[in-house]
Design a protein around this ligand. Structure first.
Ligand code: CA
Length: 576
């Protein structure tokens, strides 16, 4: 049941059929909001935004396939992959189809339609994503919208559809730990639902003493799941001792936000020309991963992005894979604790979700703390609610102090600063967004303005046409980043089990280096649908850059001279 409920939750995000504000569904700061697009409850907020996207797709599909509105709606529902979701789609069509069809058939835009069915609120101003059709002036368009809103109110349509009432499972919350974990060691054999896509595979899920990262000799059993075990008959020593002993093998873990988890909405979901059953074939998998792709991320990526085409594609490579190339003993020793919407105040609670306790006999950990955006990102149109420097510093120190209570000696912590998000607007604002692809009529700037108009942008500060807002946001981000070298300096001699490392603005440096070398390709670094997150290409670049920076700083072990012997004896070490 939970499997389905998560799928429907993500679909709800896509379709924005929910009528609740995010806080009502997902709680407050201690439980980060996993779907950044489901925020805001003014002017219809995310419900209006996603209605406009979906109806925009329906309208463009009418043009492309030369069908009427009713057929376009039927086709859309038929593309959805599981019965519960398809049924919800038909319920929505039953509620609104009779109202939507004549408007679309008459050439009205998605903006008009979503106001007419009560999905967009009654507050001023009128928000609009698509250009007005029917040769209306701006004033005529606004008057028209007010008229259809008034009709929707008279007909009782406003607030009528509530996904939490229709399918209550949608509004459940997640705890960011593996759902399928029989022995309770926080490692799983299931890919999604915080399983092996997020943390190394558990090679025995009925024994809590067997899990990735253990510091074990493995004479008989592969207790650390790296595929290396048994005894060498010649020397009488175990292969762990022979091949891994003294090599400095360590694991890698990242505590972070949606950029750490690699948030990505498949562009095919919002490209009308691509709509088919194949478009949504992997909706359940993507929903179970919260629309994140940690198995392809800069920190813990380990699979080939092109094996997930058409949902995603691009170059492979992460901090983990480059560390693994150096030392095959760390196979499967990764943990991704990226959560959509998380910020620096979540670092300490995320510490407690790690599976790395010195009392369990584990190898040292390279722990990346990477909250790169949400302390200056929210949907409010104000600087006032962004994190303050003293709050930022206190939160990072609290997370370090907590980590020092359980991490094994010899670990390393790396602090990643907030990214200069001005790259987003500078790079994307003039480009056509996938939702405007059919008629070349919606730019990223149009989308940013629309989301801000609805008070539902994931980041008012960066995704904003006003340069002074973007520059003001960077000034605040810089004031937060300035705390990190201070924290690192003050940490000397303070923590028993790790060194705290601040390595500069590594992500900005990596992106700027790439843009200097390939100035025309900067847009390839940014997610095409949200216009906000690092793309697959950027993830691969960031992983390689961070590997080089940490290697140069002396945080990583030397290359293991036994790698060839490990491969010769143990092959792919059990794969992933
Ligand atoms: Ca082993």
């Amino acid at each position: 049941m939970r499997r389905l409920s998560v799928a429907v939750a993500a679909l709800a995000m896509l379709l924005a059929f929910t009528a609740l504000p995010a806080s009502a569904i997902f709680g407050t700061a201690t439980r980060p909001f996993p779907f950044p697009f489901l925020r805001g409850d003014h002017n219809g907020g995310s419900k209006c935004a996603a209605c406009t996207l979906v109806v925009g797709l329906l309208e463009q599909q009418m043009q492309i396939k030369k069908v009427n509105a009713e057929t376009s709606m039927d086709l859309f529902c038929s593309y959805l992959p599981i019965k519960l979701v398809t049924d919800a789609c038909y319920v929505a069509v039953g509620l609104y189809g009779g109202k939507i069809a004549p408007l679309l058939d008459d050439g009205e835009t998605a903006d008009t339609v979503c106001n007419a069915i009560g999905m967009c609120g009654s507050e001023a101003p009128v928000c609009r994503l698509f250009p007005a059709k029917k040769q209306r002036t701006e004033q005529e368009f606004e008057a028209h919208i007010r008229k259809v809103r008034a009709e929707a109110a008279r007909e009782g349509l406003i607030g009528k559809f509530n996904i939490c009432e229709l399918i209550p499972g949608v509004c459940r919350v997640e705890d960011h730990l593996p759902f399928y974990d029989a022995d309770g060691d926080r490692f799983s054999t299931y890919e999604t639902l915080r399983g092996t896509d997020w943390r190394g595979k558990d090679c025995n899920d009925s024994d809590a003493t067997v899990f990735p990262g253990r510091n074990a000799t493995d004479a008989v059993v592969d207790a650390n799941c790296n595929g290396i075990f048994g005894v060498d008959a010649t020397s009488g020593r175990t292969y762990e001792e022979l091949y891994c002993g003294g090599t400095g093998a360590m694991g890698v873990a990242a505590l972070g936000d949606s950029a750490t988890a690699h948030f990505h909405i498949p562009p095919t979901y919002v490209t009308a020309a691509n709509l088919s059953a194949a478009t949504f074939a992997h909706l359940v998998r993507n929903a179970e991963n919260e629309l994140d792709w940690p198995m392809l991320s800069w920190s813990t990526g380990h699979l080939d992005p092109n094996s997930f085409y058409p949902d995603i594609s691009g170059p492979k490579g992460s901090l983990y894979t480059h560390m693994l190339d150096d030392n095959l003993c760390m196979h499967r020793d990764y943990q991704n604790l990226g959560v959509n919407g998380a910020k620096v105040s979540n670092l300490e609670p995320f510490d407690l979700l790690l599976a790395r306790n010195a009392t369990s006999g584990v190898k040292p950990l390279l722990l990346i703390m990477s909250m790169i955006g949400n302390d200056v990102c929210h949907w409010d149109h104000t600087f006032a609610t962004m994190t303050k420097p003293e709050q930022y510093k206190a939160a990072v120190i609290a997370a370090l102090e907590k980590a020092d209570t359980f991490l094994p000696a010899g670990s390393q912590v790396v602090l990643i600063p907030l990214v200069d998000g001005r790259i987003l607007y500078d790079t994307m604002h003039n480009r056509i967004h996938p939702i405007g692809e059919t008629n070349k009529d919606v730019t990223y700037a149009d989308l940013y303005d629309f989301l801000n108009c609805l008070d539902t942008s994931p980041c008012w500060g960066w995704m904003n046409s006003n340069a002074s807002v973007r520059n003001g946001t960077w000034a605040i981000a810089e004031s937060l980043n300035a705390q990190l070298p201070i924290i690192a300096a003050e940490s000397i001699g303070k923590y028993q089990n790790f060194k705290v490392n601040f390595l500069g603005n590594v992500f900005d440096d990596a992106l700027n280096k790439y843009m200097a070398e390939f100035p025309g390709d900067a847009w390839e670094l940014i997610e095409p649908v949200d216009g906000f997150h690092p793309s697959q290409k950027a993830n691969s670049l960031l992983g390689y850059y961070l590997y080089n920076v940490t290697k140069t700083a002396g945080l990583l072990p030397a290359v293991n001279p036994n790698n060839a012997a490990i491969t010769a004896r143990f092959g792919d070490q059990g794969g992933y």
